[in-house]
Ligand binder design. Structure first.
Ligand code: MN
Length: 741
């Protein structure tokens, strides 16, 4: 077990500015927290976090990562809490340890759906800070190294999970050495017989080929020196797992496998890499189809090398990787070599390749996730991961690179709400991969989504039916409810202004605020909404503001003349004045404007009575407590029901621009002869007059005739009349009338 001072000295050796006190504090804290806990091996538990820290010092990681490694199991396995870690080690380390605690609970050996969800959580945890994954990989590596002490089923499960999830992630990050060891250890526990056989065979082969690696190394070095190149040449035997995989994939024996040995030529510059290539290719015969230039076209994980295979010294096939020192480091240590794991901070490693294009871990992660899902190299990755599980997910990104995971079918609206509720509410448009796209479009993996917002926007209630995520849906519902409350407030204000003006008294919201508590409400706004909902009478508010005024007069009775079809019934209207359509507001019986009705979709909580109401005819509103205002044509027989509830009558007036294309609902009843094609002719007449049929019901069928109720949409009264007369002109139509309720 590494001693405390050894660990600290190791960190200081590569980072003289490391926080020594922090490392000591983390060491002591973790040791005390784990106390007498033991590992399966019988070792003190603390040996595990210490080993994990030691592994990470090999990657020369920063002090916060090393401290996190020491603390990584404290929240999960001891009395320690996140709050305590935060307090003692700061929020940064607190968040890292917390991230690891969360990952620890993820289980990849259960149901597919859960696996998918857990992988998503893993990606999210590492996308917030990639150091979480670095510690997790070291944690997994140490656990795999000590797997012999575990129970057999735990050995298999851990090995499978490592092979499926962690080894590919290490590979994706370019941490070749980590990946190789994780695979090797997994292989050992997953396929013990194959592992045993192969390692025995390899040992035999090694003895037979004794000195071969050294011999080839020497010849290569000498040949390059002749060409004036100083290079470091290293040979190695390939790992059992990668050999075994090739044997399985190609269905061949170990003897048939030619590339068991690989050689690496490391030089100082890119230029020299190509010199080496030239020298090697002029000296030895090349094996066709084995040349790859990953220097000019790096792999997704920044891996760079030239690959080639030649028939080398002793007619042995020699696989060569030619690269610079920096490339070599990146190939072995991947992300850790870049030191871009530190949020936004680039610790350049020197060398010819600028790491600036990978300046943030987000960009790296973005590409990682992209590649994970698009599978640019299926044979290397997809066969070894469980990514087919994630078909029901899409992974998208903010312009700053934040990963947003969404269910398949999600829209930019879902994305906006996932980023932040306020972004969702204010969302008016979206750019997907830099192009304007409709808000209803379906997002795809790797999409970069930029949400365009506007301060004036409230979410349309219809979005509730478009979005896929629960978060978006409930946020839209809440906003709709809030908007309704505002609408009732506006309606209440209109009612009160009307009432006060009618009684020749000034109306201000300050007055309302003053009497709010008297009315059992908290604020002026709290008074307005109940008035709008019809729960609080305008007269009551009036009396509270002007207690000394006479009670509002008993309403006068008025005779209303039917405008177009003779006399209608007498109707008492409590001080309500109607404006003829098209008249100026000042020309009415009084100076009060009714609540303007501009459209079926109003800012106010209004709806239309069953038979509809059409511009050009006079209308009244009836206040339905808790619902809003229902608009009736003044001729509607339904209005008789409200004769005794005059306080519910609301002055409303059309306010329609003549050029407005807005349509309003109307209901008509058509009696037509039962004969083939009659329905089609009726529909044709309605269509020709530029109207729509909303609904059509057969309501009565005699022997010869059918009564049908048709809901149509019309522009105004004239439009309706045109439709009615058109229908009356049809020979099979015996009767047509408008229905008002
Ligand atoms: Mn652990």
């Amino acid at each position: 077990m590494m001693r405390q001072y050894e660990l600290v000295e190791k960190v200081l050796s590569y980072d003289p500015n490391a926080d020594e006190a922090l490392l000591n504090r983390a060491y002591v804290y973790a040791m005390k927290a784990h106390g007498h806990q033991k590992r399966a091996s019988g070792d003190p538990y603390f040996s595990h976090p210490l080993e994990v820290a030691a592994i990470l010092t090999e990657y020369e990681l920063d002090d916060a990562t090393i401290a996190t490694a020491l603390l990584h199991d404290t929240i999960e396995d001891t009395e320690a809490t996140k709050a305590e870690i935060d307090e003692m080690f700061g929020a940064e380390i607190g968040a890292l340890v917390d991230g690891l605690t969360k990952i620890d609970k993820l289980n990849f050996a259960n149901k597919r759906a859960e696996q998918a969800e857990n992988f998503r959580k893993l990606l999210i945890a590492i996308s917030s800070d990639v150091r979480v994954l670095l510690v997790k990989l070291a944690d997994r590596l140490h656990n795999m190294r000590t797997l012999q002490y575990n129970k057999p089923e735990s050995q298999k499960r851990n090995a499978q999970e490592t092979l499926d999830i962690y080894a590919p992630l290490a590979g994706r990050m370019g941490m070749q050495e980590m990946k190789d060891e994780l695979e090797e250890l997994s292989f050992r526990w997953l396929h013990p017989e194959a592992y045993e056989t192969l390692t025995t065979q390899l040992t035999t082969l090694r003895q037979r080929n004794k000195g071969l690696i050294q011999k080839i190394e020497a010849e290569l070095t000498a040949n390059l020196a002749e060409h004036g190149i100083t290079a470091m040449v290293r040979g190695r035997e390939k790992k059992a797992y990668s050999i075994w995989r090739k044997m399985v994939n190609k269905q061949i024996s170990l003897e048939q496998l030619s590339d068991i040995y690989g050689f690496r030529v490391v030089v100082d510059s890119v230029d020299e890499c190509y010199h080496v290539l030239g020298a090697v290719h002029t000296t030895w015969r090349t094996v066709p189809g084995r040349f790859k230039d990953y220097i000019s076209t790096p792999k997704f994980n920044n891996y760079q090398s030239i690959h080639t295979t030649v028939i080398g010294p002793g007619h042995q096939r020699v696989e060569l990787q030619i690269r610079t020192k920096l490339m070599d480091e990146i190939a072995e240590f991947g992300i850790a070599a870049h030191a871009i794991y530190k949020d936004g901070v680039v610790i350049a490693n020197g060398g010819e390749r600028s790491p600036s294009e990978d300046a943030t871990p987000y960009q790296w992660l973005r590409r990682l996730v992209n590649n994970l899902l698009e599978g640019d190299n299926p044979e290397e990755f997809l066969e070894h991961t469980k990514l087919e599980l994630f078909q029901d997910q899409v992974f998208c990104f903010t312009p700053k690179g934040r990963l947003i995971a969404l269910p398949r079918g999600s829209t930019p609206i879902d994305f906006a709400y996932a980023v932040h509720t306020n972004i969702g509410h204010r969302c008016v448009g979206a750019k997907v991969n830099g192009r304007h796209m409709p808000l209803v479009s379906e997002l795809r993996n790797g999409d970069e989504v930029e949400i365009i917002t506007s301060d004036a926007q409230t979410p349309p209630p219809a979005w509730e039916g478009i979005v896929v995520t629960g978060k978006a849906r409930s946020a839209i519902r809440r906003a709709t409810r809030e908007a309704m409350r505002k609408q009732y407030g506006n309606l209440g204000r209109s009612i009160l202004v009307g009432f006060f003006t009618q009684h020749e008294k000034a109306y201000t919201e300050d007055q309302i605020a003053k009497v709010a508590s008297q009315l059992g409400q908290k604020s002026a706004e709290d008074v307005l909404a109940p008035v709008g909902r019809g729960e609080l009478a305008a007269s009551e508010v009036f009396r509270a503001v002007y207690p000394n005024e006479q009670q509002p007069e008993t309403p006068k009775r008025k005779v209303i003349k039917r405008s177009d079809e003779g006399w209608f019934n007498l109707r008492r209207v409590m001080g309500l004045k109607f404006r003829w359509p098209g008249s100026n507001s000042g020309q009415g019986v009084g100076d009060i404007n009714g609540i303007p009705i501009r459209s079926v979709h109003s800012e106010l909580p209004i709806r239309f009575a069953d038979g509809g109401a059409i511009p050009g005819e006079r209308i009244v509103g009836i206040l339905d407590p808790g619902v809003g205002i229902t608009i009736y044509p003044i001729h509607s027989p339904k209005l008789r029901d409200y004769d005794e509830q005059l306080e519910r009558w609301i002055d409303v007036t059309w306010d329609i621009d003549e050029s407005s294309p807005e349509r309003f609902p109307a209901k008509i009843k058509v009696t037509a002869l039962n004969q083939p094609g009659s329905l089609a002719e009726i529909a044709t007449v309605i269509g020709k007059t530029n109207s729509n049929i909303d609904q059509l019901r057969m309501v009565g069928k005699q022997h010869d005739f059918t009564d049908m109720l048709i809901d149509i949409e019309v522009l105004d009264l004239k439009h309706l009349r045109d439709i009615l007369s058109g229908l009356r002109g049809l020979p099979m139509v015996s009767h047509v009338e408008r229905v008002m309720s």
